[in-house]
Design a protein around this ligand. Structure first.
Ligand code: GLC
Length: 506
């Protein structure tokens, strides 16, 4: 066989293999329907099952078959935009710690000063990480910020104290607004001695030992809850405007970034997992609704509904730090999209269909061989490349992975990237459709429209993502009519402002 023939044959095989992979990534309308129904059932199960088994099993995890975590947040009221005050807020994200001073101006707007620090390797790396190291790092960063932004708090004679809201972007079981036991780490973070402990207490102890006892952590919020509260603050929790003729109600707060998750207001009486006396007391006090953190990243850990390729299984079992958990998140969020692409490329390479200039797997570029080194921003660049021969993609792959490619390989990669992101957006539409249906939000009011507040790198920056998500919403059981009533709003800095709001009312 001549070289030309061989080349043509390999090219045809590559096309076939890529088409096969992409077809496994397609989410059909029928699947959207079954997943949405399955999601509603999982929400109902989760509302009525205690989480305690998850806390106990966190060292030897076994997937929760009861449904979603559906964690009560103890947030029972929503801001309307008139709130005022100066508060502290901080957020522990996957790779960063952010401390903010938030001034709520009472007119739906706010001013925010903040400092964001990357978490140093020794604080998060599995071998060296410990709760003490993490929370003392956070307390030291807080001290440095306070010294500049609010020095009066450090003066023992001034008698100034400040309330702080703490946004924690991992699942915790809350028993009150300022108490939360870590159920498990997600998003590849692994600090063993934090699981099962109260993260507010851990942080407050470290603040106290830095001499910051006049800062009191009064509220703990998940990032989705913060995003939701900040959406309510900026648009008004139930806005009805004769001037614009719109009736818009904020219904969901969600994150589609490194991880993915969402929250919404549930009737207190439907939250069966709350102790009956507590539930009754809340209802008596007029707290008839409570924000629930669904932890939707863990939807369908039993794999009854969500599509699964061999790459998803490999990533979950071999490369992720929480095998068997957060399987939905592992098909949607930024941490995993690049990893899916990397595993597909390695597989095509092993079949001799791509990157054939590398004779052995060992000679492949380091970043292609190393788990989680292919970032989602690489996919974002490739997604929208329409340059001749995909020159932009060529540069992106060279710069980010040191990977030279042929035009044919690049077209194949782009096709795969678009299939991965589309599947992500289609799956992300499922919980949104399900919550809108479960709450009846779309039919509550005459011509009522709803707002979904989103934060996170994918929701905000991934090209075309929100329009793919809308497309999937239209195909979902809420249909085109429902989809038209949904406003997706980016709630920038959402969680910081949200936890400040939470601290204000605490
Ligand atoms: C993960 C966490 C969840 C968080 C989400 C977004 O799914 O478990 O608590 O809200 O990431 O950051």
């Amino acid at each position: 066989m001549s070289f030309e023939q061989l080349h043509r044959e390999t090219a045809a095989k590559l096309d076939d293999a890529v088409d096969k992979i992409c077809s496994q990534l397609v989410v059909e309308k029928e699947q959207l329907k079954t997943m949405t129904e399955g999601f509603i059932e999982a929400m109902e199960n989760g509302l009525n099952h205690p989480n305690s088994s998850e806390v106990n099993s966190s060292t030897t995890p076994s997937p929760n078959s009861a449904g979603l975590s559906m964690l009560p947040s103890f947030v029972t009221g929503l801001p309307n935009g008139t709130e005022r005050g100066i508060l502290l807020a901080c957020e522990l994200g996957t790779m960063h710690f952010r401390i903010c001073s938030v001034e709520l101006l009472g007119d739906h707007t706010f001013q925010l000063r903040h400092v964001k620090s990357h978490l140093p390797q020794e604080v998060i790396e599995e071998d060296t990480a410990s709760s003490d190291k993490l929370f003392s790092f956070m307390a030291r960063r807080t001290y440095a910020f306070i010294k500049r932004a609010h020095p009066e708090v450090l003066d023992p004679h001034a008698g100034v104290s400040m309330k702080m809201g703490f946004t924690f972007t991992y699942p915790v079981e809350q028993t009150s607004l300022n108490e939360g036991i870590l159920i498990r780490w997600t998003k590849n973070v692994q600090i063993k001695d934090t699981v099962g402990r109260d993260v507010v207490q851990l942080f407050q102890d470290q603040l106290d030992s830095q001499g910051l006892e006049r800062i009191r952590i009064v509220a703990l919020t998940n990032d989705t809850v913060g995003t939701f509260l900040s959406l309510c603050y900026s648009s008004g929790s139930s806005m009805s405007s004769l001037a614009t003729g719109e009736v818009v109600e904020p219904v969901i707060g969600c994150i589609i970034g490194t991880g993915t998750n969402g929250c919404y207001m549930e009737s207190t009486e439907n939250i069966g997992k709350l102790q009956p006396e507590l539930r009754e007391r809340l209802i008596r006090e007029g707290k008839t609704k409570m924000c629930v953190n669904t932890e939707w990243g863990s939807f369908d850990n039993e794999l009854k509904y969500i599509p699964t390729t061999k790459y998803d299984t490999l990533i979950d079992q071999k490369f992720s730090s929480n095998p068997g958990f957060h399987l939905f998140e592992k098909r949607i969020s930024a941490l995993y999209l690049g990893e899916i692409l990397r595993n597909i490329l390695l597989d095509l390479y092993q079949q001799g269909l791509i990157l054939t200039q590398y004779r052995t797997e060992r000679s492949l570029p380091h970043r292609l061989k190393t788990p989680f080194e292919l970032g989602c921003q690489v996919l974002a660049h490739i997604e929208i490349d329409d340059s001749t021969n995909l020159r932009e993609t060529e540069l992106t792959l060279l710069q980010s992975l040191r990977l030279p490619t042929t035009p044919q390989e690049r077209y194949a990669i782009q096709k795969i990237v678009r299939a991965i992101s589309r599947r992500s957006a289609y799956l992300a539409a499922v919980p949104i459709a399900a919550i809108l249906m479960k709450t009846g939000a779309l039919t509550k009011r005459y011509h009522g429209e709803v707002e979904v507040g989103c934060d996170g790198s994918i929701a905000e920056y991934y090209p075309g993502y929100r329009s793919m998500l809308r497309h999937a919403l239209a195909l979902s059981p809420i249909g085109t009519e429902g989809e038209r009533k949904v406003h997706l709003r980016i709630a920038k800095d959402g969680s910081g402002v949200g936890s400040a709001l939470c601290a204000l009312v605490a």
